[in-house]
Write a protein of this length. Structure first.
Length: 592
């Protein structure tokens, strides 16, 4: 109990003041003060006129949707130039051509971000990507410092695993800066940022912070031993922390019983929040690590197989027992992984394998053209690569010379790269490759060039071709067959009803009047008026006030809000309409 009290005291003194700057964990009096301060500002904004940024239309049949997309989808050039001759007069809205596209699932729309401009999105992504790269560099220095400590590779592998667990939380905070119109787009952005960090952090940084001669050694600081520790940590430590679910367990068993309201207590039992992007990066990180080091460490395939089995079962248990519900995000993450990251891992495997085979035997020692004898014997006070001193016994009587076998530089030798890895890059007076190694290196080197060209041509060439094609013509094509099922005939089919999710609440908050639509389209069942923001900002012409358990309180709020603003107020929330077919109306009347 004393430890918990001490921890809470430190959080109150250090962490909470920082979080309160961003409006988090405010006290009751601070929240009330903010409400009093922001209410006049909101009422002032209500006097302005706002234009719609996006219009979502749900068709009763798939055929109707596809006919509309075929008729109204334009080439980007026609859209940019507002070429009215490209469509019929009935397809022009207020003298403007509209940009028509198939939307994502209703549950995956991020309604608050729909008005963000393309320029703002690009700037936000550049800023967050730059911060992510800075975190990668900071992680590299931290791992290097841990590796050079007395605990060596054990501490560095633990630091590496902790960074892999902590960085996703930091990247999620960075995504608060970015605006995404869909949850799938947000997950894709989260995916490539975490993948960038974990790939570099796990596979590439150990190469650059290690000396070349320690790549295949048996010392605890050598590459193979380091990667072996990372794999064991990934196999044992990561799933253990995930299954223990320390934070959610603490919330359920310590915070929940001490809450003062039922709603706050229920909020601790919503399940642990997870991101599909984070789970994808865990998978692709292991694949990349396996491909990257398999030429030096062939048994890594067995480690990775065990990790994949462990990930399957631990994620299955988490999905069924630990994690909470997440929105339907669409195929963006899986498509990005399939089109870019997995081909990139295979390309990296081809390139890195050529360098690994070209650099054998990793000792920077070559036989001179005219060796000198007389070097056999015992040598004392020899300084080794790790800084220690000792004695060695030399059995080879002939002299040897130093030769740079490294074709990719590290922090010790300076950063450089010789591509492709071919025998011609050997010094003319100090060649280390055997004839068979030279032949194999030549094959691997040119194969890596072909793999890189194939990757660039297929991945980026295909994307560039589709982008160019979309500029010139309409490229819309249905991706599935028409199932001949009406929208109103499907149960549990949700509509595009604007709603926003806030932490600490079991249900989202509606941002529109839903009196004229079927409640089945909302997507959840609760007291809709109690979870509707439009009644917090009433305006003249509203059909009614909110029907909640405390009518006097809601009436008082409405009276205060209405009397505090002079002049005409208009709606500032979304407008939702529902035009069901006649048979649907008749069935609804019979059920009533």
């Amino acid at each position: 109990a004393q430890c918990i009290d001490c921890f809470c005291f430190k959080c109150n003194c250090t962490l909470l003041p920082i979080l309160r700057i961003f409006g988090l964990f405010l006290k009751e009096d601070q929240l009330y003060e903010r409400v009093q301060k922001l209410t006049p500002q909101i009422q002032e904004l209500q006097t302005k006129k706002y234009s719609a940024t996006k219009v979502f239309v749900t068709f009763e049949t798939e055929a109707g949707q596809r006919n509309a997309l075929t008729a109204l989808t334009l080439s980007k050039w026609d859209s940019w130039s507002n070429n009215k001759n490209s469509v019929g007069p009935s397809s022009i809205f207020q003298d403007t051509l509209l940009k028509i596209q198939e939307p994502t699932e209703p549950d995956a729309v991020r309604w608050l971000d729909l008005s963000a401009t393309t320029k703002a999105k690009i700037i936000q992504r550049i800023i967050t990507l730059a911060i992510t790269i800075g975190l990668v560099i900071a992680s590299g220095f931290s791992i290097n410092a841990a590796r050079n400590s007395s605990l060596g590779v054990t501490l560095s592998s633990i630091v590496l695993t902790l960074f892999n667990l902590i960085i996703p939380f930091i990247v999620k905070l960075l995504l608060l800066i970015e605006k995404h119109t869909t949850e799938g787009g947000r997950q894709a952005s989260l995916y490539y940022k975490i993948a960038l960090f974990r790939w570099v952090n796990t596979a590439i940084i150990p190469i650059f912070i290690s000396s070349f001669t320690s790549w295949i050694g048996n010392d605890s600081r050598d590459i193979i031993i380091t990667i072996n520790s990372v794999l064991l940590s990934e196999l044992l430590l990561s799933p253990t922390l995930r299954l223990l679910d320390i934070i959610t367990t603490y919330r359920k068993h310590y915070l929940a019983p001490r809450e003062k309201t039922q709603r706050n207590m229920n909020s601790h039992f919503n399940g642990t929040h997870y991101n599909l992007a984070e789970r994808y990066t865990d998978l692709t990180k292991v694949i990349f690590l396996c491909f990257f080091y398999s030429p030096l460490f062939p048994s890594i395939y067995f480690y990775c197989t065990a990790i994949f089995i462990q990930q399957y079962w631990s994620d299955k248990i988490s999905l069924l027992r630990i994690w909470g519900h997440q929105p339907l995000i669409g195929p963006q993450v899986s498509r990005f992984s399939r089109r870019f990251l997995l081909p990139l891992a295979l390309t990296a495997f081809a390139i890195v394998a050529s360098y690994f085979y070209a650099s054998f035997p990793y000792d920077n020692i070559c036989d001179p053209f005219e060796p000198e004898p007389g070097f056999a014997g015992k040598y004392n006070d020899v300084t080794f690569a790790n800084g220690t001193m000792g004695s060695i016994t030399v059995t080879n009587d002939d002299s040897v010379v130093f030769c740079q076998q490294e074709l990719v530089g590290s922090l010790d030798t300076g950063l450089f790269i010789k591509f492709p890895a071919l025998p011609i890059f050997q010094p003319s007076d100090a060649e280390w490759m055997t004839d068979s190694q030279s032949t194999l290196t030549t094959v691997y080197g040119w194969t890596s060039v072909a793999a890189l060209a194939l990757f660039v041509g297929i991945v980026f060439g295909g994307s560039i071709f589709l982008a160019f094609q979309s500029v010139c013509k309409n490229i819309y094509e249905p991706s599935t067959r028409d199932q001949m099922i009406d929208f109103s005939g499907i149960q549990d089919m949700f509509g595009y009803v604007p709603q926003v999710k806030f932490g600490g609440y079991a249900y989202p908050w509606l941002c529109c009047d839903i009196d004229d639509i079927a409640e089945d389209l909302v997507g959840w069942n609760a007291d809709y008026d109690e979870n509707n923001l439009i009644y917090d900002v009433p305006y003249k012409g509203m059909k009614r006030r909110a029907r909640t358990g405390d009518d006097s309180a809601s009436a008082e709020v409405e009276e205060q809000a209405t009397s505090s603003l002079e002049g005409e107020k208009g709606p500032i929330f979304s407008i939702v309409k529902h035009y069901p077919p006649e048979w649907y109306k008749k069935n609804a009347q019979k059920s009533d």
